[in-house]
Design a protein around this ligand. Structure first.
Ligand code: ADP
Ligand code: MG
Length: 211
């Protein structure tokens, strides 16, 4: 269980008094207007920004006290605008973040994200949709390569590059994946209909506050 208790942040954007529980296998969606603080909250949940007040606990342990290597096995983030490093092959990008490469798990992640044909490509040559799929596979590899008992996938607008049919399909796949591996999933989305259709829980954010 991931527990967010009365979390407040000052930087880079203010967040006030946010509380949320996310269980393994569950999909939580964060919705809100542009500038509400959704990306900031997602990064804070990942431990990238320190809390000004409140705390985040993962399987009962304060996230702030977990070292970087262990944290890498517990949570993986796919950014809203993921990195597209020129000169790096997709096969190498896929191993970033994983404490130890796990070829069998990587093969499953590649298949789920339909990335097998992209392995030899330069990251700079990928389309927006391809880049999103590769980063999703990278994040899955990072989580599945470890043996952590509580694992969370954090996704910032994972459907932004997709049309509505593909977005719907993507979220259905992510849901299955959360259940199959008992991953907690927290995704920022823009579409209320998609959120209501696929989420177990929705957190509405406005001006850095949970509404
Ligand atoms: P959302 O994802 O909901 O659109 P963000 O969390 O990205 O919102 O940003 C919330 C607010 O904080 C916005 O006004 C944004 O401009 C500001 N902000 C976010 N990151 C930074 C930063 N690194 N430096 C300065 N301002 C930031
Ligand atoms: Mg954002």
């Amino acid at each position: 269980m991931l527990e967010i208790r009365r979390l407040s942040l000052r930087h880079p954007a203010p967040l006030h008094d946010i509380s949320l529980d996310c269980a393994a296998g569950e999909v939580t969606v964060i919705l809100g207007p542009n500038g509400a603080g959704k990306s900031t909250l997602l990064h804070a949940i990942g431990g990238y920004y320190p809390a000004a007040a409140g705390e985040i606990r993962l399987a009962g342990v304060a996230l702030a006290g977990i070292d970087a290597a262990r944290l890498a096995g517990c949570r993986a983030l796919v950014e809203q605008h993921p990195a597209r490093p020129a000169g790096m092959r997709v096969a190498d990008l896929l191993c970033i973040g994983a404490n130890q490469p796990a070829p069998a798990m990587l093969a499953q992640a590649l298949e789920l994200c339909d990335c097998q044909a992209l392995l030899a490509r330069d990251c700079a040559s990928l389309s927006g949709g391809e880049l999103q799929r590769v980063h999703l596979a990278r994040a899955l590899h990072q989580l599945l390569a470890g043996k952590a008992t509580s694992r969370y996938l954090l996704l910032d607008e994972p459907t932004a590059a997709l049309d509505i049919g593909a977005a719907n399909q993507q979220l259905a796949t992510l849901r299955q994946l959360a259940q199959r591996w008992q991953l907690g999933m927290i995704a920022v989305l823009h579409d209320v209909n998609l959120a209501l259709r696929h989420a177990d829980k929705v957190l509405l954010l406005k001006d850095g506050r949970q509404v």
